[in-house]
Write a protein of this length. Structure first.
Length: 320
């Protein structure tokens, strides 16, 4: 690859396809009851694959010079994240979260996401949380590599360099964001509008343009953070046990936090470590933050996370 004069798939992913293949093997020896659930999972993953393929096709036919990194499982310090797509152009980074949604989407004035389907309105987990988490890990990495960062972005404002995008892969979905906060409105787009969305940002970023070697260097640096996809769950779900004996109060708080995390993960239908991972849990127990400032100083708690879970966690710590 000499020149980046078109969209190039720099890193292909196969996590979803591998899961389908594994499930097809598993179903051969499954019981009748197990097969019902396995078949549902297979359909879910196949639907997700179709959604990601729509994004790939849109990007590859965009005529925008870019490197596409698909399906990244990355870890840096205390951060772990799964990124559906990362796009690097001459001017910007784009972190994409693919949502394979059926029914229509409503976002209220508080930034809560709802799906409306056959007249029913159901709350769904906020994909902005995961998007913020993904951006945080990239920012943390580049902040720690300031020489590379300075060379990469020159005089461009740092935060303007990153664009987190929720991409709805169902072109027929209707998205109602009339009441949505402004920052969320800017982060949600249907797949059929994705290329137009990127082109507008690129056209508004004409003051900065990187060279091909730096784009490739930045892509390789991001790929150096990748870990085996099975390790992501293992790292986030494994208990970090202190070598010192915990007091009873610590155990009580820890158990309450675990119960709260399990409850919220079931309510929001995503993995417990998206609420907070075990390392963050142990840090909360150790430090026992008493207010918003102290809790947000713990790695893993952004402003968005505090708004969703912070008050509940402080109540648990205060024994309420």
């Amino acid at each position: 690859m000499d020149n980046i004069d078109k969209a190039i798939m720099y890193k292909e992913g196969n996590t979803l396809q591998k899961r389908v293949e594994d499930l097809n093997k598993e179903i051969k020896t499954a019981t009748k009851e197990e097969k019902i659930f396995i078949e549902k999972d297979i359909k879910k993953y196949e639907y997700a694959i179709k959604g990601e393929n729509k994004i790939i096709n849109a990007l590859m036919n965009s005529n925008i010079p870019m490197l596409i990194l698909h399906d990244l499982n990355i870890a840096y310090k205390d951060y772990k994240a799964q990124i559906d797509f990362m796009i690097i152009t001459k001017r910007n980074y784009y972190i994409l979260e693919c949502k394979n949604t059926y029914g229509n989407i409503l976002v209220d004035s508080n930034g809560n996401f709802f799906r409306t389907y056959y007249g029913k309105k159901v709350g769904i987990y906020n994909p902005i949380d995961k998007l913020d988490r993904n951006i945080d890990i990239i920012k943390a990495y580049l902040y720690d590599h300031s020489d590379f960062l300075e060379k990469l972005i020159l005089n461009k404002p740092y935060d303007n360099f990153y664009h987190g995008v929720i991409v709805l892969s169902n072109e027929n979905v209707v998205v109602d964001m009339k009441q949505a906060p402004r920052d969320i409105k800017k982060k949600v787009v249907r797949v059929d509008k994705l290329v137009e969305y990127i082109k507008k940002i690129e056209n508004d970023s004409t003051k900065f343009s990187s060279i091909d070697d730096i784009i490739k260097e930045s892509a390789d640096r991001i790929l150096s953070l990748c870990i085996n996809e099975d390790v992501v769950d293992e790292i986030n779900e494994t208990e970090v046990v202190s070598s010192e004996k915990l007091f009873d109060l610590n155990e009580i708080i820890k158990n309450k936090l675990k119960n709260y995390r399990n409850y919220k993960s079931k309510e929001l239908n995503y993995k417990p470590y998206y609420i907070f991972n075990d390392k963050t849990l142990n840090e909360i127990v150790k430090l026992k933050p008493m207010n918003e400032k102290e809790l947000k100083s713990i790695v893993g708690f952004s402003d968005t996370k505090f708004k969703k879970y912070g008050k509940d966690i402080l109540k648990i710590i205060n024994g309420k």
